[in-house]
Design a protein around this ligand. Structure first.
Ligand code: UDP
Length: 341
């Protein structure tokens, strides 16, 4: 007979990463017990502060079974995966293994251990070059790189598993995650940073000599790319709300998570200059391959169905909290080997 699950215990794959650590923090604040499963290839053991860390690789089904049997989680929040869209063009095999094949192994382990609730970290990357702004969930999937394709494929798998096996899932399509939870000891700390906001803050901090603006010939008011920046704590809260949603007999559902306002690369740099009160040297560079001109979310569904209420709605709040993290930790150890407390 199967051992009963622990209703408050949640397995968080990728829980040692930037968004994952914030999800664990939000879970703990709501009375859940996060158990992190992470191979630490990109995450950090120091970011696991709200529950145990089980190291392992998702592709290792036996290891997963062991963890499921030990903790008997009620649900899984699956964030583990590779995220650098540019890298996915260069090495798609790596992305299909890590993001698609590994997810199948996880879903098999969930099925054999009787766990039927999943929150999946999807991405605005499923849409590709959008036809309409803001982008609703009903927008067709036209990913322009293998990263976005893996997210779209997993969403399809989740729909099929709902029909055939009764899996309940909520896919959360993140737009651009930024910021850090104040006074939490966690923040964005990718060993090989590619994202705009931490790179801009590195330039403000003098860790990098300048920031490159990828493209100044887009059809936007200031000719630079527009993105929808959303605070990582607000993203994290949505995962807790998604868990409640899974208490209902749903199939596979998907929600956009964005602040519903666009900011251009120029506006991000200008706000960083204002927040940090430091000069930032910005230099024009050619466009980066596969960058749509404008991505802005319609997140009304997450608000009406999940009851999601973003707290850090302005770019100023988002960049201020990111800068606080930089000052306390990134300047102490710019390699992000470990933060000073
Ligand atoms: N970007 C930039 N310079 C950089 C990094 C990013 O101009 O050094 C731009 C990028 O072209 C995009 C926006 O900033 O328009 C956000 O990029 P990021 O990599 O942070 O997230 P993405 O939108 O690719 O998920």
């Amino acid at each position: 007979m199967r051992t009963p699950e622990e209703p408050r215990r949640i397995l968080v794959t990728g829980g040692a990463g930037y968004i994952g650590a914030h999800v664990c923090r939000a879970l703990a604040a709501s009375g859940f017990q996060p158990v992190v499963f992470d191979n630490l290839s990109h995450g950090h053991a120091w970011a696991v502060r709200w529950g145990p860390l089980e190291t392992g690789d998702l592709i290792d089904g036996a290891r997963l079974d062991e963890v499921f049997r030990q903790y008997r989680p009620r649900a899984v929040i699956h964030l583990a995966g590779l995220i650098a869209a540019g890298d996915s063009v260069i090495d798609p095999g790596l992305f299909y293994h890590n993001n698609l094949a590994a997810t199948l192994t996880l879903l098999d382990a969930m099925r054999s251990n009787g766990v039927d609730r999943l929150v999946f970290s999807s991405s605005a990357g499923v849409y590709g070059e959008p036809e309409t702004i803001p982008i609703p969930e009903s927008h067709p999937f036209r990913p322009v790189n293998p990263y976005g394709a893996t997210k779209a494929m997993v969403e399809r798998v989740l729909a099929d598993f709902a029909t055939a096996y009764g899996l309940r899932s909520v896919a959360l399509r993140y737009f651009n995650a930024v910021g850090a939870a104040p006074d939490s000891g966690i923040g964005e700390a990718h060993p090989h940073e590619t994202h705009l906001v931490p790179l801009v803050l590195d330039a403000a901090a003098g860790i990098r000599p300048f920031i490159e603006i990828f493209g100044s010939d887009f059809s936007t008011p200031d000719r630079t790319c527009i993105r929808d920046y959303v605070h990582v704590s607000d993203l994290a809260d949505a995962h807790v709300l998604a868990l409640s949603r899974l208490d209902q007999a749903i199939g596979a559902e998907s929600f956009n998570l964005g602040s519903e306002t666009g900011a251009s690369v120029r506006q991000v740099i200008d706000m960083a200059i204002k927040v940090t009160e430091r000069p930032i040297d910005a230099r024009m560079s050619p466009r980066r391959a596969g960058d749509p001109a404008i991505l802005v979310a319609d997140s009304s569904l997450a608000k009406s169905v999940l009851g999601w209420r973003p707290v850090y709605a302005t770019l100023e709040q988002q960049i201020s909290t990111a800068w606080d993290w930089h000052k306390r930790y990134r300047l102490v150890d710019s390699r992000c080997a470990a933060p000073a407390s």
